[in-house]
Design a protein around this ligand. Structure first.
Ligand code: VGL
Ligand code: ZN
Length: 196
């Protein structure tokens, strides 16, 4: 057992850490840069170190699109091309520590299907089940898309959810999309915590 200094959450067996899409293209200056997305990196690294020391599962999701993915503007989708498989923009932000034994889950890999959730088509639910995970701590990018969709899916699958507010940032196509996403998750039973 250990306490996360940053939030006074007690973590132990049954807990896992899900880090959503901390990829270059979602960092400021990236193809789909999230404002202040880089500010979450110190907290992410702190959590990674702590979960690693406790030998608890650490999952990194990544947006992993084929070229000409349906979500790209040229294909009629809403987004500029981003996170194309194998590109530098799709790499994890180099400032983020990815342990060798971390589990990497790739999503939205089908050219004709958008997938914001780390559970969509990845088998993540089975994997968490096998590892006896009952609660997921979620941080990453972006609050209003992939964090929201992943947390929703986790709640639907009966997992407990903790989202650390300092560990997420939003795209905010509408200015308060991020806050709305957290509000929805709170109403659905997720714990939304601020650092102490
Ligand atoms: C995401 C928009 C498009 C995300 C992915 O990771 O939140 N947002 N693709
Ligand atoms: Zn995407």
């Amino acid at each position: 057992m250990g306490t996360l200094e940053s939030s006074r959450v007690e973590v132990g067996p049954g807990d896992a850490l899900l880090i959503v899409d901390v990829q270059n293209d979602f960092m400021p200056g990236g193809a789909l840069g999230v404002t202040d997305g880089d500010e979450i990196v110190p907290l992410v690294n702190h959590l990674v170190r702590q979960f690693h020391a406790l030998r608890l599962p650490i999952i990194f999701s990544r947006d992993w699109h084929p070229e000409a993915h349906c979500s790209f503007v040229e294909q009629g989708g809403p987004w500029p091309p981003h996170c194309v498989q194998g590109s530098s923009g799709a790499q994890f932000c180099p400032a983020v520590h990815v342990p060798e034994d971390a589990i990497v889950v790739s999503k939205a890999t089908d050219v004709e299907e958008e997938a914001y959730s780390a559970f969509q088509g990845t088998g993540l639910d089975v994997l968490l089940d096998q590892k006896g995970v009952s609660r997921l701590l979620i941080v990453g990018l972006a609050t209003d898309y992939c964090v929201l969709a992943s947390a929703r899916d986790a709640l639907e699958r009966g997992l407990e959810i903790v989202v650390l507010e300092e560990g997420v940032r939003a795209v905010n196509v509408r200015p308060d999309d991020g806050q709305r996403a957290l509000q929805e998750l709170r109403k659905s039973g997720a714990q939304i915590l601020r650092a102490a």
